[in-house]
Ligand binder design. Structure first.
Ligand SMILES: [Mn+2]
Length: 259
């Protein structure tokens, strides 16, 4: 358990003869390998998010605000069967897409805007976490180039994930794509995490991670490049780790959608 209030800690210490032992990471380690039932719930959570995304595409038009679109996305996920519980979905547009934790605002969608959606829903307590970027109108060459680069970074991750690989090796395979390019200074180095009861669980895909990838872990894989003042591309799929590779649980296509 990582979160424990100071008040509760003090109360427990008042029990005569009590000792507190930390079990940091033990439960998390066990929990990272999913049972068939947990995998089923995660699969449902992913499907609901993908279907809600398809619904939302019809609502994206010039003039509608980020907040309005985010509210609709949340609504669709709940009515499609997700747990009725607030989630913190990110839906940002234009140059705001370079904000790593930008919240949906009253900004309205303009022609040519990138629209970045990082969202998920819980199903029976298990959460999905996907990200897609679309363009309102025709994409520019620069938008297409960056999108293609991040898509390749994601492909490299998915090709290298299987039971028994080091998380850091998966990162390296992905980052190799952009070494020496003009995008290198702008990539985000934390590109994946386990999902389950929490949205961020082990294993973590970071260059400094010592985690190993194991069969039946379910993960969010999410490379991103954020260029301040221009915008960002962030793509995120949820996958089930198998013995020889991975199964993609996010069925939404990955070509750049121009609306
Ligand atoms: Mn994520």
């Amino acid at each position: 358990m990582e979160v424990f209030s100071a008040a509760l800690y003090r109360r427990i210490l008042q029990i005569p003869g009590i000792q507190i032992e930390g079990l940091d990471g033990v439960l998390e380690e066990i929990r990272s390998i999913k049972t068939p039932e947990e995998i089923h719930s995660l699969r449902c959570a992913c499907n609901i998010a993908c279907r809600a995304f398809d619904y939302l595409l019809d609502d994206i038009r010039i003039g509608v605000t980020e907040k309005e679109l985010e509210a609709k996305l949340s609504y669709y996920m709940t009515v499609l069967g997700g747990d009725a519980k607030p989630n913190f979905n990110l839906l940002i547009s234009g140059t705001r897409t370079s904000l790593l934790h930008g919240m949906p605002s009253a900004k309205s969608i303009q022609y040519g805007d990138l629209i970045l959606m990082d969202f998920g829903i819980e199903y029976k307590g298990y959460t999905s976490d996907m990200t897609r970027v679309v363009v309102a109108g025709k994409a520019t060459e620069e938008q297409k180039a960056l999108y293609g680069t991040v898509n390749t970074m994601l492909d490299r991750c998915l090709e290298n994930i299987r039971d028994g690989v080091k998380a850091s090796d998966v990162c390296e395979a992905s980052f190799r794509t952009i070494r020496g390019t003009k995008y290198e200074p702008h990539y985000y180095s934390s590109i994946g995490h386990g999902i389950g009861l929490f949205v961020h669980e082990i294993p973590f895909l970071r260059p400094t991670s010592t985690d190993m990838i194991r069969e039946n872990q379910v993960m969010a894989v999410e490379p991103a490049i954020f260029i301040p003042g221009w915008g960002g591309i962030h793509l995120e799929d949820n996958i089930l780790v198998t013995k020889d590779g991975c199964e993609n649980l996010t069925s939404t296509e990955k070509r750049l959608i121009e609306l």
